[in-house]
Design a protein around this ligand. Structure first.
Ligand SMILES: Cc1cc2nc3c(=O)[nH]c(=O)nc-3n(C[C@H](O)[C@H](O)[C@H](O)COP(=O)(O)O)c2cc1C
Length: 328
């Protein structure tokens, strides 16, 4: 399939694996890129710029296809060494960066001078237009259903994607709720040029996470996610578990007085225990409503080929068949 996104990134299929904390290691990124999509290493999961440089080398050993690095600009007090991470990306010869979180404007010159294409993840039309105005090359539009941080506007992709298509000139991918060929065709119909998937890629054989995490996603339905940290304006969609119930109880009882310190135990530094050790109740972990559409743990290649074959069938057979004879 050829779209502005496949052309921009030099990939075969318009399918991106979004950055995911303690999931987006070289194994997953390489598997996605080898299957013709765009795999992305999660920069900040690597504790130092040197560790990121090593992870990029590991990925390059596993694939000769394009892959990217995610840089998440967090609203935290002690900022990570972003210039150092960017140096590792540039020196590692990476050609694509997925930015997320705060406005990436400050970092764009360094990335663009190195010939790097930047796709910025946005949860609203106004942020998408801002990304275009500051010179990003593409946008990843995350609807309300997405795993991770959906923003504070709560606009689902059936509205958000066509709204973005009405005004944005840059190519964009649909993110949040994407799982299969139906998602891809729907996203294209709504104006996107491809899809970005998070949760779906966790439930794959190559995702370097504990089997408990994959099993939990397969077992979950679309009703099993919860929104946390709303009152802190740092809303995150996570899979419901004992720690999340405890956190929500604190949110209810403290109301507007809730501070980050009150829930730090449930959210800070919990990912290694969950993703590596499979201790699912160790804290809150991001998961999309799309869990309801995930019923198996295929290889990345099987998943991507299945999506493309299903999309082809829907477009050529189901949709074309509905049209009947040409005419008004
Ligand atoms: C476990 C997990 C961790 C994530 N970590 C990050 C992250 O560190 N940075 C980021 O930009 N997005 C992160 N995301 C968001 C994904 O990149 C992607 O935008 C989102 O999962 C899309 O929604 P979906 O899960 O419905 O496919 C994470 C998502 C999940 C499920």
């Amino acid at each position: 399939m050829k779209t502005r996104i496949t052309e921009l990134f030099g990939i075969r299929h318009p399918i991106i694996q979004g950055g995911m904390h303690f999931v987006g290691f070289a194994e997953l990124a390489a598997a996605v890129s080898n299957a013709g999509g765009l795999g992305i290493i999660t920069g900040l999961t690597q504790r130092t710029p040197e560790a990121l440089a090593a992870e990029i080398r590991r990925c390059r050993d596993m694939t000769d296809k394009p892959f990217g690095v995610n840089l998440t600009f967090l609203p935290i007090v002690s900022a990570p060494d972003y210039p150092g991470y960017i140096r590792s990306i540039v020196e590692g010869g990476v050609r694509i960066v997925e930015t997320a979180g705060n406005n990436p404007q400050k970092w764009l010159p360094a990335l663009h001078e190195a010939g790097i294409k930047v796709i910025h993840k946005c949860t609203s039309l106004r942020h998408s237009l801002k990304a275009e105005a500051i010179g990003c090359d593409a946008v990843s539009v995350d609807g309300f259903e997405c795993g991770g941080h959906p923003g504070e506007d709560d606009v689902p992709n059936f509205i958000l994607l066509p709204r973005v298509a009405e005004q944005l000139k840059l190519p964009f991918v649909a993110s949040g709720g994407m799982a299969d060929g139906r998602s891809l065709v729907a996203a294209l119909a709504l104006g996107a040029e491809g899809i970005n998937m998070g949760t779906r890629f966790i439930a794959t054989r190559e995702a370097p996470v504990h089997d408990n995490v994959k099993r939990a996603i397969v077992a979950a339905s679309e009703l099993d996610t919860r929104l946390i940290m709303r009152s802190l304006r740092n809303t995150e969609r996570v899979l419901r578990n004992a720690a999340v119930d405890k956190l929500l109880e604190k949110e209810r009882s403290l109301g507007a007085n809730l501070k980050f310190e009150d829930i730090i135990h449930e959210v800070a530094g919990v990912y290694p225990r969950i993703m590596k050790e499979g201790d699912l109740d160790a804290g809150a972990w991001s998961c999309g409503m799309v869990a309801g559409l995930i019923h198996d743990v295929p290889s990345v290649k099987e998943l991507i080929e299945r999506i493309m074959a299903e999309a082809d069938l829907i477009i050529r057979t189901r949709l074309a068949g509905m049209l009947g004879a040409p005419g008004p």
